[in-house]
Write a protein that binds this ligand. Structure first.
Ligand code: PLP
Length: 401
């Protein structure tokens, strides 16, 4: 797609009014909706009617407000909020794939998605080939007549590899395959649909909500695909039923409106820490550093003004050192030893023994995910110098520097 696009500008004029002119839309506290005539109800069972609601597992006005705002942000025709990021991923995949179909997936993806593809979907005849998606010739050679989906994370978990979305999209178009991109790590920063992806999935649990108080997800795609997902007779969203509660949809919508500011601050703080940790001689993975393998690619693809993201990883050598460091950092109030990301406080974990533990050791080694890797989701700290001084003291205490 040509022309400039700013995801934050796209939601700036998203004004919705509640029943009483409320500046926040009223929360629809209802699982079902009344009809004035049986004929109208029958009509709705036959096809969706704009602005008409049936049952909250299908659509709910509050979820629709959030979904519409997310569609604007991702520049997709439509979107649907879901009960979790995994609900967004699993319903998208089972909508696209039948028994006998294949997925080609990046080998560096969130452990839960990896486990879904590797352990769960084969029970339904859907199999996955994991590979390094940066090797386009390899990807091309893995495509078969049964390949339906190429799956990647825009910025991968936890090594922060950046997917070449335009190149993968071109390959997908050539072969009639859908490109599904998980944009959880880089909302605002990357707009995968603008870059050629067919479907974007999100864990709203992370940056988009930003307050680590709920689990939620979203699928952003064409009108046609969202209609398929929500079809009363055959839609994976409707029939598997992982719907988001309207109270949560309302609170996430409020937080979405400060996402652009938060992303800037997360990125600024992460860049500062990445540079400082690098100066200490540590092995740092951060796409904002010029020697990161995809620094130039990300610089070319990203929307200006939101930085290189709030995630970074540091290799401190051994699991023992990583564990000691994280324990000290929590004591020193750097942040929390916790999985997840996108919170206003810094969170850290050792991915090999947490969020990527579903990936077998030999495969983790092949992708460069070392035992001593510590992943940081850098918070919104006002005094990031102080945070760095604390981290430095902890690194010295455990003998890493
Ligand atoms: N995608 C990515 C990149 C993630 O990191 C996660 C969770 O950590 C998920 C998807 C799953 O999201 P949720 O926990 O909301 O189901």
């Amino acid at each position: 797609m040509s022309g400039k696009f700013d995801p934050s500008n796209a939601i700036q004029d998203f004004l919705v009014f509640g029943e009483f002119g409320d500046v926040n839309p009223s929360i629809t506290d209802s699982s079902t909706f009344t009809f004035m005539s049986p004929d109208r109800m029958e009509e709705l069972f036959d096809h969706e009617i704009e602005g008409c609601f049936l049952y909250s597992r299908h659509w709910n006005p509050t979820n629709k407000f959030l979904s519409d705002a997310l569609a604007r942000m991702e520049n997709s025709e439509s979107a649907q909020a879901k009960a979790s990021g995994m609900a967004a991923i699993s319903s998208t995949i089972v909508q696209l794939c039948d028994s006998g179909d294949e997925i080609i997936s990046s080998r560096t993806i969130y452990g839960g998605t990896y486990a879904l593809f590797k352990n769960f979907l084969p029970r339904f005849g859907i199999t996955t080939r994991f590979t390094d998606l940066a090797d386009l010739e390899k990807v091309r050679s893995l495509i078969s007549d049964n390949t339906r989906v190429i799956y990647c994370e825009s910025m991968s978990n936890p090594l922060l590899e950046v997917a070449d979305i335009p190149a993968l999209a071109a390959l997908c178009k050539e072969r009639g395959i859908k490109l599904v991109v998980d944009n959880t790590f880089s909302p605002m920063i990357l707009s995968p649909i603008r870059l050629g992806a067919d479907i974007v999935v999100h864990s709203l649990t992370k940056y988009i909500n930003g307050t680590s108080d709920c689990v939620a997800g979203a699928v952003c795609a064409s009108d046609e695909f969202i209609h398929k997902l929500t079809d009363i007779n055959s839609g994976a969203s409707m029939l598997l039923g992982a719907v988001l509660d309207s109270t949560r949809a309302a609170s996430i919508l409020k937080n979405l409106h400060s996402l652009h500011l938060r992303m800037r601050q997360h990125s600024e703080n992460a860049m500062f820490l990445a540079e400082k940790l690098r100066e200490l001689g540590l092995r740092v993975y951060y796409p904002g550093l010029p020697d990161h393998p995809q620094h130039a690619l990300l610089t070319r693809l990203m929307n200006p003004g939101y930085g290189y993201g709030g995630m970074l990883a540091v290799d401190v050598g051994t699991l023992k050192d990583a564990n000691q460091l994280m324990t000290r950092m929590q004591q020193e109030k750097v942040g929390y030893l916790a999985v997840s990301l996108g919170y206003f406080k810094t969170l850290f974990s050792a991915p090999g023994h947490s969020t990527s533990s579903e990936i077998p050791l030999d495969e983790r080694e092949a992708m460069g995910l070392s035992e001593g890797l510590v992943r940081f989701s850098v918070g919104l700290d006002n005094n990031i110098d102080l945070s760095f001084e604390r981290i430095k003291r902890c690194l010295a205490d455990v003998g890493v520097i």
